[in-house]
Design a protein around this ligand. Structure first.
Ligand SMILES: [Mg+2]
Length: 195
């Protein structure tokens, strides 16, 4: 099968590292478990401008390169690549393409046939969606943590394994294409029995 994998909070343990960063540099005292929304300004009660400023400061800091892989991701990718074609689809913008490729290479090696940057994270209206990118490439499954992106895929009939995180709990009723999973162990078990 052709499987698309998201980067942040699927391959990379982004929110835990971002929470630590803003605690150290912006005076917060939060855990990523308190991020009840995908939008930091909602979880933190700040402006969108401030949220972007903190994310951009994080990107520009040495801490950004220190993000660890999500638990089980390295082993999961290692297992999936034996049986499937894997591509990476991220809503990150191309301006951090090099840092993203460096992260992937450092921890996972080159397991993918393509890396797609949709840029949706900042320009949701003007950019192609992950769902469109998946459709064009004939993707069978997307592994994702963001409910909106998962829903857009489901609307196009693409199956999604959505990792269970605090910031997608608002999605109570899921379309049949979206299956909530606990993490990488379950992802591998599902995908390797679905082939
Ligand atoms: Mg993500």
């Amino acid at each position: 099968m052709k499987i698309a994998i998201d980067v942040d909070d699927v391959l990379a343990d982004f929110n835990n590292h971002f929470a630590q960063f803003i605690n150290t540099h912006f005076g917060y005292s939060v855990s990523s478990q308190e991020f009840f929304s995908f939008r930091y300004e909602e979880s933190l009660g700040c402006t969108t401008k401030k949220a972007y400023e903190m994310v951009d400061t994080f990107f520009a800091s040495p801490d950004f390169a220190e993000i660890a892989p999500l638990i089980g991701a390295v082993e999961g990718v290692e297992e999936l690549k034996k049986h499937h074609e894997l591509i990476v689809i991220t809503a990150r913008q191309e301006r951090i393409a090099q840092e993203t490729l460096d992260f992937l290479t450092r921890h996972f090696g080159v397991f993918y046939s393509e890396v797609v940057f949709t840029g949706q994270s900042r320009e949701p209206e003007s950019r192609k969606t992950k769902a469109q990118a998946c459709k064009e490439r004939g993707v069978d499954y997307l592994i994702e943590d963001h409910f909106d992106y998962a829903k857009q895929c489901a609307d196009l009939g693409i199956k999604v394994l959505m990792i269970d995180v605090p910031w997608n709990q608002h999605a109570k009723e899921l379309p049949p294409e979206i299956r909530r999973v606990t993490g990488w162990q379950e992802i591998v078990a599902i995908l390797n029995s679905a082939q």
